[in-house]
Design a protein around this ligand. Structure first.
Ligand SMILES: Cc1cc2nc3c(=O)[nH]c(=O)nc-3n(C[C@H](O)[C@H](O)[C@H](O)COP(=O)(O)OP(=O)(O)OC[C@H]3O[C@@H](n4cnc5c(N)ncnc54)[C@H](O)[C@@H]3O)c2cc1C
Length: 380
């Protein structure tokens, strides 16, 4: 699939690269140490219209292609993976509303997602329903011209700052449980964020549990149709996985850039590390893996934009390959920099901590392997 970039796409990626390097780069350690949502970064993104990239043009967005979103989050992730989650989570939420929202829902939510006035979260995981999402126990019951929701969601990115959350819940209909998606505003009575996790990495991107206690929403807040929740979830994750893979590519590239610059300066045994062949073999491998991941991500994004039939396979492959590559690359970056790499000051230890979760969320990598294998066998 052709994924040559337009002049506009190159221009926006360059603008984001400069913005991140100059404005956010000097404060990445502070973001990691404070461990809270960096509101000032979200404001910076609003000022530079970056939220608009996650939304179609008809609703105030810019460009609307997933490939463009990938280019942007790659450049954000190169400097600050936590910051890349701000746009990543927004894209994960914007996707289902774009694909399944009613005209009113699109007008109401997408236009404000495009400006960043509204932040959205994706509420799927529960304490006992992770990889096995169908095991969810959150329920929606029809009442008073709308729905009453009860349940608990866990590990939800930005639930504490989001204005609206796409909540997946079971509805009893025709004698069966039918998973259905709802748009739940976080200022509704009965909605409470009851835990913000303390975690290994991505510390500037809050991960929360929330409780729904008799939360009432109108019928107009149902997203898609009754029982369409699994399809909405899967199609949302196809998009989300490609975006998170792009974030991984940026993160890996950022670690490689820091380690390569360091290796040209640091001398041992009378010469720079960069002149030692043992170091060159590691760096050559790192650069190759990141470039291979990038090409796979761009290809998957173009397939998504073209609504290609093989999107599930490609989104899983991109997410699997990019996150594994970045886990290796960030670890190698720390190794190349020796004791200095282990110190907070140089940034690569943070990048290694940040990299791990990309192998876990949006479907753990084992689930991606199984998804790809199923597709292979279906065609065998
Ligand atoms: C920082 C962070 C942010 C997150 N953000 C969100 C969010 O915004 N919204 C949301 O809904 N969720 C979110 N999640 C949840 C995330 O998607 C889940 O953690 C993930 O899907 C894995 O589920 P689990 O943690 O319950 O692990 P489990 O499902 O318990 O899996 C544990 C291990 O077993 C393996 N495993 C499970 N089943 C199989 C199988 N059939 N075959 C082989 N191996 C298997 C998995 O690969 C994994 O390695 C987030 C998680 C984290 C850590």
């Amino acid at each position: 699939m052709d994924h040559s970039l337009s002049d506009e796409q190159v221009a926006i990626a360059t603008m984001v690269r400069d913005l991140m390097t100059n404005e956010v780069g000097p404060r990445t350690q502070e973001i990691d140490e404070q461990g809270v949502f960096p509101t000032w970064v979200a404001d910076l993104f609003r000022k530079h219209d970056l939220f608009a990239v996650t939304v179609p043009e008809d609703y105030g967005g810019i460009d609307g292609r997933l490939l463009t979103h990938c280019l942007v989050v790659e450049q954000v992730g190169r400097v600050c993976a936590s910051c890349s989650m701000i746009l990543g989570a927004q894209s994960l939420g914007a996707g289902p509303i774009t694909l399944f929202g009613s005209a009113d829902q699109k007008e109401r939510w997408l236009t404000r997602l495009a400006t960043g006035e509204v932040l959205v979260a994706f509420g799927l995981t529960e304490p006992n329903a992770g990889s096995d999402a169908k095991a969810m126990t959150t329920r929606a019951v029809p009442t008073d011209g709308g729905w009453r929701l009860n349940g608990r969601k866990s590990f939800i990115t930005h639930a504490n700052v989001a204005d609206v959350i796409i909540v997946f819940a079971k509805v009893k209909a025709d004698g069966a449980d039918q998973i259905t998606a709802f748009l739940v505003e976080t200022d509704r009575a009965g909605f409470t964020v009851d835990k913000i996790e303390h975690k290994m990495g991505l510390r500037g991107s809050p991960t929360c549990s929330f409780v729904l206690e008799d939360v009432w929403i109108p019928q107009a807040n149902m997203l898609g149709e009754l029982g369409q929740g699994l399809e909405i979830m899967l199609r949302g994750l196809h998009r989300g996985r490609i975006g998170s893979a792009a974030q991984s590519v940026g993160l890996g590239q950022g670690a490689l850039d820091i380690a390569a610059a360091y290796a040209t300066q640091r001398e041992q045994f009378g010469r720079p590390l960069a002149r030692m062949q043992a170091v060159q073999t590691i760096v050559g491998q790192m650069a190759t893996e990141i470039e291979a991941a990038r090409q796979l991500v761009y290809s998957a994004a173009c397939r998504y934009d073209a609504r290609a039939a093989d999107i599930e396979r490609f989104s899983s492959m991109a997410k699997l390959f990019a996150s594994d590559a970045t886990m290796r690359v960030t670890g190698d970056a720390v190794q190349i920099m020796g004791g200095y790499g282990y110190m907070v000051e140089y940034g690569v230890e943070r990048m290694m901590r940040d990299a791990k979760v990309f192998q876990i969320f949006e479907g753990a990598n084992q689930i991606q392997q199984i998804t790809v294998a199923r597709d292979v066998f279906a065609k065998a």
